[in-house]
Design a protein around this ligand. Sequence first.
Ligand code: ADE
Length: 229
Amino acid sequence: MKFHIITLFPEAFDSYLTESIIGRAIKEKRIQVTFTNPRMFVSGKYKKVWPDGNVSRVVDDKPYGGGPGMIIRAEPVLKAVESVTKKIAKRKNAKIKIVNFSPSGEKFTTAYAKTSAKKYTDIIMLCGRYEGIDARVAKILKAQDVSIGDYVLTGGELPAMVLIDSISRQIPGVLGKFESLEEERISSSEFYTRPEVLEYKNKKHRVPKVLLSGDPKKIDEWKNRAKKE
Ligand code: ADE
C-alpha cells in the first residue's frame, strides 16, 4: 500500500512514521508514504522572487462571499495531486482512492480500514489547513470526504496519520503474527503485566485472578467480558 500525502506540513509526520510498528512496516517496504507539498506548485502572481533570491509562494486566498480565515487555492493542490497520479499511472493495475478530510465527512472505522486495505494500492490524502481547500478540488477529483470523529481539528495531518496507522494494521505482515491473531480472535481493553501485586500509596492492586489461572477458555471468557464492559 502506498499512501500519498498532500500537505503543507510534511514535517508534522516525521516522528510518528519512524516509530514502532509503522516505522517497521515502512522499513520492510510493506507500506510506503510519500509527501507532496502544494506550495511547490504555486505559480503566477502568487509566486514572488525577491531581489535577495528568496522565493515566496502563497497557497491561500480570501474566501468568496466573505468570512474569516483563508482558503487553500485549488490550483496548487490539483497540480500536486496530478504529479502524484502521473507517477502512480506508470504502474499497471494501480487502484487509487482519493480522500479529503472534513469533520462532516463519512466516519472512518475499522471496517473502512479493512475495505481500503483490500481494495486499493494507492490512497491519496488531501490535508486541508486554515478554513479548508477550495471545494472544487474534491469535486474535480471525486475525492471522498472522511471524518475521524465528531470534533474539529486544525488540519488534515492528524486524520491522515490515523488512516495510515489503522489501514496499515490491516495489511498482511504489518502486525506480527501474534498481534494480528490476537486482534482477530479476542482482544480485551484491559491488559496487565508484572508485578502481580502492585503497591501504590499503601494499597495493593492485584492482577485479575483468572489471568493467572492458565485456563485458556476462562481467560477468553474474561477477555470477552472485559471488552464489552
Ligand atoms: N478536519 C478537521 N477536523 C476533522 C475531523 N474530525 N476529521 C477529519 N478531518 C478533519
